[in-house]
Design a protein around this ligand. Structure first.
Ligand SMILES: Cc1cc2nc3c(=O)[nH]c(=O)nc-3n(C[C@H](O)[C@H](O)[C@H](O)COP(=O)(O)O)c2cc1C
Length: 159
């Protein structure tokens, strides 16, 4: 395999940035993810891809559901906060205040571009990340304009 070509081409796949939140057994997850795509019109499905050694994957596996918070165009600083493991402090996480989502009761951030509430319907667990397929059960627009495109940040996740 031409490693250089593989890396360059995989990094050409366009992505936006999101903060995925979830909670189960008293544990909360909130982390910035980029490997997200729509996967069906009817029912509405999305896939998110989660690092298998992360706290976030552990929590999503237990909860079998999550909220996908869409970052706004100008929220690069917010995205950066959620690259590491964070604990909730009251109604704050990573310095951002959250509310509880109406259906699945996971954290949601009003000051983002919107959120989807998603229930897991299947996973493919063949590599160092797990592909999680989930049905969109609820959706609400937020207060800022999205998306935050990975290509606008200078960061890379892929290759
Ligand atoms: C630009 C960028 C994009 C990322 N995209 C993903 C992703 O799609 N899936 C994922 O599991 N981790 C992704 N990460 C890593 C997570 O943000 C990181 O592992 C997570 O916040 C760790 O927190 P946790 O241990 O609480 O899960 C990305 C990191 C960066 C820098």
């Amino acid at each position: 395999m031409n490693e250089e070509a593989k890396k360059k081409l995989l990094r050409m796949i366009p992505h936006a940035l999101y903060v995925l939140t979830s909670g189960a057994n008293g544990k909360t997850a909130a982390s910035t993810v980029s490997w997200v795509t729509q996967a069906s019109f009817q029912p509405p499905l999305v896939t998110v891809v989660l690092k298998k050694d992360s706290h976030t994957w552990e929590v999503v596996k237990n909860a079998q559901s999550f909220v996908l918070n869409f970052l706004g165009k100008e929220q690069k600083d917010t995205a950066q906060k959620f690259f590491k493991h964070l604990e909730t402090e009251g109604n704050m996480i990573g310095g951002e205040s959250f509310e509880i989502s109406p259906l699945l009761k996971h954290p949601l951030f009003r000051k983002m571009a919107g959120f989807l509430e998603c229930r897991v319907v299947g996973t493919v667990d063949k590599g160092d990340h797990a592909v999680v397929v989930a049905e969109v059960l609820e959706a609400e627009l937020g207060t800022v304009e999205g998306p935050l495109l990975l290509s606008s940040t200078g960061w890379q996740y892929g290759g």
